[in-house]
Each structure stands twice: as C-alpha cells, then as structure tokens.
Design a protein around this ligand. Structure first.
Ligand code: AMP
Length: 479
C-alpha cells in the first residue's frame, strides 16, 4: 500500500497551471483511487508498482505527475536537440498505445512538451519524421520502438521516466526480451513505473530487476461478479463449443452477445465460422485498426451485428455495457479477465447471462476464478435440443461441429478442393495458419524468460525489418 495518505481533489496536488487547466477541461471532479494514491508518490520521484487496469484512470495517474516534473524541460526551440525523449511509455498493443498517447496529449495540451506515438502495422516514415523533430514523451509498443532505435530514429539516453503499462499483457504476448533490450538503452538513473492487472511471480521478478525500492499501490478492484449476472459453466469439448453456443443462444432467446476467446487467431477463425453458420458476426482483435473497431462497435450498437467475437485486449476500454449475454468461448487465462468479461452484462439492475464453456484442460483456470469470485462453481452438462450432423447444412453453410481447418473459404483458391472430395479427417490436411496454438498461458511452472534464456542466439524476433545486433544480456540480474 502507498505510504502516503490518499487525497482526492486535484486542487490538493498543486499541479502547474497548464496541467490543472487541462484537467479542468476534461471535466474531472475528483481523483480516482489510483490517481489519489499514485500521483503524490510519482511527484516525489519514487518508483511505483501499481495494480490497476485500463478504465481506472491510470493514464492520468502516471501522466500528470510525469508532465509536472518534466515542465522544467519545456522550451519552444525548433531544434530537435532541445527535445530529446525524456519519458517513455510502453504498452502491449497499438490500440492501447494510441489511446494512451491521445490522453497524454490532452493532459499536455497547454504545455510545450511534445508527445508522439509509434506502433507497428503501419508505415514507419511518418513516425520517423515525428521522432526526428524531437519529442519529450514517446508512447510506443516494444517491437516498433526497437525498429526505430535500430534505424537510429530516436535515442533514449536522456530518458528520465519509463512507464511499463499493462506489463502483464506485455509478458503474456512475449515482449520480455524486447523490454529488456529497450531498458538496457535507458539511463540507470530514472523513475520507473510499472502497471499491471496482476502481480504474478513474473511481474514481481520484472519489478525486482528494474524498479528501485518501488511503492506498491493496489487499487481495490471489484472482484465480486455482479449479482445480477446469472453465471453458467458448461462442460463442453473443444469440438462442440460452437454447437453449444447455438444451443444456449436459441434456448435463451438471446439476440446479441459478446463471445470472448483467448487468441487473435481463434477470434478471427471463430467469427468466420459463426458467420457461415448464419449469425451476423464481427471479430474484434488486436490486428483490427481503430477505425475497424469503431465500425464494429457501431454496427453492434445498431443491432446489425449479433455477435461480437473478441479478445480481452481488444475489448478493453470498449464503451459497450448491458450486453444481454457474455460467452467465454475460452475460459480466460487470468481470473481477473473473467470478472471483466462478465461485467459487461447485467449492469444497472438489468439481468445478464454469462456462459463459460469449460474444456477438460481448463480445471486450473476455473479453480482460479472460483477463488477470485469466492463462489463455488458447478460445472453443468449441456443438453442439446437436437443432434444435428456435423458438416454442411442444406443451404451450404456448415452446421456446428468441429472446426474444419480445410474449409474451402479459409484456404487459398488453388487449394480449394471440390466439397465432396474433401477428406473427413482434420489431421489429414492441417491448416498451417489456423492450427497454431493459442498464446500460451503463463504457468507458475517455469517463467517464460527462463526458458528463453536457455535458448542460444535467439535474442528476439524483433521485426522482419531489422536484425538483432546483440544478444539479450542476462535476462534478469542474478538474485
Ligand atoms: P484510463 O484508465 O486512464 O484509460 O481512463 C479511463 C477513463 O477515465 C478515461 O476516459 C479518462 O478520461 C477517465 N478519467 C480519468 N481520470 C478521471 C477522473 N479523475 N474523473 C473522471 N474521469 C476520469
């Protein structure tokens, strides 16, 4: 817990006038709990390890004190040399990076401090031009930042602040080697802020390696699932999940729902399958542009889309509440995500339905959820109305049943065989793209970096654009 007494009014912070004015423009009346606890600590220059998720106001919690302390560097010079990178904010996805950069720009709008964002998936040139002009606050995803470092578009030897935001996600995605590499370019003397939804053993090790005597701040999270949500856990084999989804939708007369999956690949694949089965479906995952995400949301809100199949990362920060039902097509790897997912239904007194499909291998994940929500979970058997055959239904769309990786619509045209010739066995013609496994769950068996450390010469898979120049040094300081 913080060693400072929380205050809750921005006026008590004595922020510089340009920052107070920006906060006033935002219409914030009082600080959120993470802001009340973190801002005074960061203003003192202490390192922070914060347990907080998107939506808690944590962007302002780190941005405002960081901007306040950087005001001494503010200048109107046009020389890039007068605007070195002083603060670095790292995030796992382009959406989050974009969102955070927008907020930082809002808070900094009355100052002369410059902020820009770099993330992958788009042309590097406009980003390069921005970087070359000079920028004090750089918001970035790790892979693209390394591309820019390698291309000498930015130097980080004057960084005073680094924020590792959504650190748990960055580790889940496998960004640890990238992070270590980036951190190795930064001055040792700096303030480091780490935010994570959970304090897993991996996160604690990351913190103990890179943070100095951090103040730990945990914002009370509502881990209790909303009581208005009816929760069901059905035992469903991996091949029967779509059939089960149809069954529950039909039986409960559900018109619209969110369907959560654990990986981007699974997300795209499931959305396509459900679409072919006659449901208006849109996929929302990290590879979708902001514009595509907004369009998908809009279509869902207008009722043009029945099912929004999404990953946790993509769903964060989405402003859609009171969805009639939420499906956990995959049980989430983190129990906290379960609470977040089902929190989208049953709000404001409305009743909601949360249905999870539990495969045999999900026992540990279900036990974690049970512990978090402090409720005994009964796994139910699902009763199907009818026993439809797997394969194509009469109108040519495929009925529920096992995913067929050889589906003609997924295959390149040259590989599309006439339907009747397709072999029945999944193993006979694996799809090299969609048969990739889900992103692996983080287990407490062996931290990811320990395995990585053993691999020689495999510093990181940075980007196709560049080659690693040096191996990642010892992944963590020896204890
Ligand atoms: P964040 O967790 O930083 O993504 O913030 C989530 C949302 O809360 C954003 O829309 C912020 O503009 C808003 N927000 C942040 N701080 C406050 C505050 N003190 N009062 C009201 N809204 C806030």
């Amino acid at each position: 817990m913080s060693d400072t007494s929380p205050i809750d009014s921005f006026s008590q912070l004595q922020l510089a006038e340009p920052l107070s004015r920006a906060v006033a423009d935002m219409g914030y009346e009082s600080m959120t709990p993470i802001q009340a606890q973190a801002i005074p600590v960061v203003l003192q220059g202490r390192d922070v390890m914060g347990a907080a998720q998107t939506g808690t106001g944590k962007t302002a919690a780190f941005s405002l004190p960081l901007l306040q302390r950087m005001l001494k560097h503010e200048n109107s010079s046009t020389s890039p040399a007068r605007h070195p990178v002083r603060a670095l904010v790292l995030l796992p996805t382009r959406e989050l990076a974009d969102q955070v950069a927008k907020s930082v720009k809002d808070y900094a709008k009355y100052t002369q401090l410059r902020c820009t964002v770099v993330f992958g998936g788009i042309d590097m040139k406009p980003q390069t031009m921005e970087l070359k002009k000079g920028v004090e606050i750089l918001v970035a995803t790790p892979g693209r930042l390394l591309d820019h470092i390698e291309a000498k578009n930015c130097v980080l030897n004057q960084v005073e602040y680094v924020v590792l935001d959504e650190a748990d996600r960055m580790l889940d995605i496998g960004f640890l080697p990238d992070l270590q590499r980036i951190l190795s370019y930064l001055p040792k003397q700096r303030t480091t802020l780490l935010f994570s939804a959970t304090f897993s053993s991996e996160i604690k090790r990351l913190a103990s390696s890179y943070l100095q005597d951090p103040v730990t701040i945990e914002v009370a999270r509502s881990n209790a699932a909303a009581s208005t949500v009816e929760q069901h856990f059905y035992s469903v084999g991996a091949d029967d999940k779509r059939r089960a989804l149809h069954q529950v939708l039909r039986k409960n007369g559900i018109k619209q729902a969110f369907v959560f999956v654990n990986s981007k690949l699974g997300c795209a694949r499931l959305a396509r399958s459900l679409e072919r089965e006659g449901l208006n479906t849109t996929a929302l995952h990290g590879d979708k542009s902001q514009d595509e995400r907004l369009k998908a949301l809009d279509a869902f809100k207008k009722g043009e889309v029945d099912l929004l199949v999404c990953t946790d990362v993509a769903a964060r920060g989405l402003d859609i509440k009171d969805v009639p039902a939420v499906f956990n097509f995959d049980v989430p790897f983190n129990a906290e995500d379960y609470v977040h997912r089902i929190g989208r239904t049953g709000r404001a007194g409305a009743s909601g339905l949360a249905v999870s499909f539990v495969a045999a291998s999900d026992a540990r994940l279900v036990a974690d959820i049970e512990k978090l929500i402090k409720t005994k979970i009964e796994i139910e058997a699902i009763e199907y109305d009818e026993d439809r055959p797997r394969g194509r239904i009469n109108d040519g769309r495929r009925a529920w049943g096992g995913d067929d990786p050889r589906d003609v619509l997924d295959a390149p045209p040259a590989e599309r065989a006439p339907r009747r010739e397709r072999a029945p066995s999944r193993a006979a013609a694996p799809d090299p793209f969609f048969d990739q496994p889900y992103q692996p769950p983080v287990t407490d068996v062996a931290p990811v970096w320990e395995a990585a450390a053993k691999a020689t010469g495999n510093a990181r898979a940075i980007s196709a654009n560049i080659k690693p120049r040096r191996k990642v040094a010892a992944l963590f300081k020896s204890e």
